[in-house]
Design a protein around this ligand. Structure first.
Ligand code: ACO
Length: 344
């Protein structure tokens, strides 16, 4: 059977770091509270006013193309998962297509908040499995600093900016995306949303005064459903694929809160050394967290490794996917620029 396998990863992180100490100077919070409640120490922020999400997404795509050793005109489809598009339209995917010169691609944006990458991965896989396309680029990218209220201590400590990407290609020998379980429940929309700017509440002086162009989150309410949702769906995907904790090489969780991740790992019966965790360095980068983990852990990954990807986000949206990794990460020739960045 033809599966869609991840055959390359790429990423982009802005240079500027926003630390807990910086936030202590901006709102009534402290490093200890942030670390113990969320696990976050710092996040990256894209400061340049003239750069939006498409800039980061294109940089991540270029990194991926270099690692895979292919050119942009070989890409068939570009899917950008984001809740912070450069603008309503054109789609961020169009801007990325133009920036990287993917002259043969079509594509679109996908809005599913923190589950965006999982939804994009599943959607992209269908184009490959059906035989319609050979190379599908799935990018998770969010400039969360553009919609974060830096006077609201309950949300501004959480989010960061980043982009990361994977390439999906056909695989005939059992690796790739093997299963996915995805859900939405709009009943919870008010607990995590950005009310202003759309067709319901177009921008006015009033929407600005009421701070409706910033992300709003009822943290405690979302926490409760996120813990349950992510743990349940991860357990479900393991059960229906006959996986035990021992069979799973890594849990690749959306990075919203370390306590949610720990609870999911406990429920799956897997130890902390098998959990990809980089929330301390980047915070919650919404659609970028899962591919960013795959990028950071790529050198450790081996062909045949069983991964469970899981996410919960605004909407509500949530899901889990079972991926059998398709290549040895240690064999990837990392571009020189990326080596310098990691060492510097
Ligand atoms: N510093 C210090 N104190 C704070 C801060 C802060 N930054 N923020 C809130 N507090 C206070 C609150 O005011 C409250 O004080 P009170 O008890 O006197 O009222 C107390 O700390 C506890 O507040 P809670 O909101 O109950 O804190 P909680 O332990 O729930 O942690 C958090 C908050 C981190 C936001 C957590 O609820 C969470 O992670 N929620 C889920 C996030 C998530 O998964 N979102 C989905 C993905 S995001 C997306 O889709 C875009």
């Amino acid at each position: 059977m033809r599966h869609a396998a991840i055959t390359a990863v790429g990423h982009f992180l802005p240079d500027e770091r926003l630390t807990n100490a910086d936030l202590e100077r901006m709102v009534d919070t402290n490093d200890e509270w942030i670390r113990t409640r969320t696990g976050i120490r710092e996040r990256r922020i894209l400061r340049d006013d003239d750069k939006g999400t498409s800039y980061m997404a294109a940089r991540a795509a270029q990194d991926l193309l270099e690692r895979r050793g292919i050119t942009a005109d070989e890409i068939d489809v570009i899917i950008v998962a984001t809740v912070t598009p450069d603008m309503f339209f054109p789609a961020t995917a169009c801007l990325v297509q133009n920036a990287i010169g993917a002259s043969n691609a079509w594509g679109f944006d996908l809005s599913a908040a923190c589950s965006g990458f999982l939804f994009g991965l599943t959607t992209g896989a269908r184009f490959v499995e059906s035989g319609q396309h050979e190379k599908v680029l799935v990018i998770g990218a969010d400039k969360m600093s553009a919609i974060t209220d830096y006077t609201d201590r309950s949300t501004c400590i959480l989010f960061g900016d980043a982009a990361a990407a994977v390439l999906l290609e056909p695989e005939e020998s059992g690796c790739g995306l093997l299963d996915a379980a995805l859900h939405i429940d709009g009943d919870g929309w008010e607990a995590l949303c950005m009310r202003g700017g759309g067709s319901l509440n177009p921008p006015t002086y009033e929407t600005i005064d009421k701070r409706m162009h910033f992300l709003h989150q009822e943290g405690r309410a979302v926490f409760r459903v996120a813990v349950q949702g992510m743990a349940d769906i991860s357990a479900e995907i393991m059960e229906r694929n006959g996986l035990t904790g021992d069979d799973v090489r890594y849990l690749v969780p959306h990075q919203a809160n370390q306590r949610i991740i720990d609870a999911t790992a406990r429920r799956m019966g897997i130890s902390s050394d098998k959990v990809m965790l980089n929330i301390d360095r980047y915070g919650n980068t919404t659609a970028a967290t899962i591919p960013l983990c795959l990028h950071d852990w790529e050198p450790e990954l081996r062909r045949g490794d069983n991964l469970v990807l899981a996410a919960f986000g605004g909407g509500f949206t949530w899901g889990a996917a079972y991926v059998k990794w398709a290549y040895d990460g240690s064999d990837v020739a990392v571009p020189q620029e990326a080596v310098a960045e990691a060492e510097g």
